[in-house]
Design a protein around this ligand. Structure first.
Ligand code: NAD
Length: 259
């Protein structure tokens, strides 16, 4: 039987290791027949990412710091060369805030680290989407998914500047979806419940977040990265052809609760 992503070409930003949400999404896409290019940030994780990428026969693994326009230009040039000028799928699973800003008071966030969090975690979606646009137009359309969190909609203790960055990301999804909808390019977000990853470890209150979800979410159980992979695969597939500008919560229903 043909896979849902047979013949599709995708770019995945944000794999650090096998626990990364981006990797759970990539596995689903590759299992469904997609050809995937990957980026990694920094020498420390290059080996990890190359090994994972090799396991799904990736034709391209390349470095990208999303703060750099030069890196982004080069990466999308390489993607274009690799995939014959076409791209169908873009996975944006990248975020960063300084660890000290995920501990104390949001009020104390200094200007430079505020902009750093917004640059890496929100503007990078805009910058990547702009460069994906011509390749997706050449492919007849495309689908983009980014990763967000409830801390952008509500105040979640310790999430701080990352919550402000997620609010900017959530809004960017809607404006990008409007701009690109007429070109048959969809842009959606997944708001995941707590998943133990490298990025999650830098959030001071993370174990409390996990415990509260298990106690108070309607389903009273934690989620894992593969739950997010399955939801992303849906949003990236043609089954979601009329779904754009939306946020799908994969959090055992926790977002609906007031207490
Ligand atoms: N883990 C959770 O509980 C959770 C919940 C909701 C949303 N998210 C979001 O999911 C996404 C993926 O995070 P994760 O939990 O899989 O952790 P992760 O650490 O595996 O992934 C984060 C990725 O961001 C990349 N990154 C950071 N700064 C970068 C830069 N300047 N340039 C390029 N890449 C950069 C890292 O290299 C890493 O691959 C993030 O947007 C995160 O906010 C995570």
């Amino acid at each position: 039987m043909p896979g849902p992503f047979d013949g599709k070409r995708g770019l995945v930003l944000g794999v650090a290791n096998r626990r990364s949400i981006a990797w759970a999404i990539a596995k689903r896409l590759a299992d469904g027949g997609a050809q995937l290019a990957f980026t990694y940030q920094g020498d420390r994780i290059e080996k990890n990412v190359r090994e994972l990428a090799e396991s799904v026969s990736s034709p391209l693994v390349t470095e990208c710091d999303v703060r750099s326009d030069q890196d982004l230009d080069r990466v999308f040039g390489e993607v274009s060369d690799t995939f014959g000028g076409r791209l169908d799928l873009l996975v944006h699973s990248v975020a960063y805030a300084a660890a000290e800003d995920l501990e104390g008071r949001f009020t104390d966030t200094p200007r430079d680290r505020f902009w750093l969090a917004l640059d890496v975690s929100a503007y990078s979606l805009v910058a990547a989407t702009k460069r994906a646009e011509p390749l997706m137009v050449a492919a007849g359309g495309g689908s983009i998914v980014t990763m967000t969190y409830l801390g952008g909609e509500r105040a979640v203790p310790h999430y701080n500047v990352m919550g402000v960055a997620k609010a900017a990301l959530d809004s960017s999804v809607k404006y990008l979806a409007w701009d690109l909808g007429e070109k048959n390019i969809r842009v959606n977000a997944i708001s995941a419940g707590p998943v133990r990853t490298l990025a999650a470890r830098s959030i001071a209150g993370f174990p409390t977040m996990e415990a509260i979800v298990e106690e108070r979410a309607p389903l009273r159980r934690p989620i894992d990265a593969d739950d997010v992979g399955a939801a992303a695969a849906y949003l990236l597939s043609d089954d979601a052809r009329n779904v754009t500008a939306t946020t799908l919560h994969v959090d055992s229903g926790y977002h609906a609760m007031g207490m």
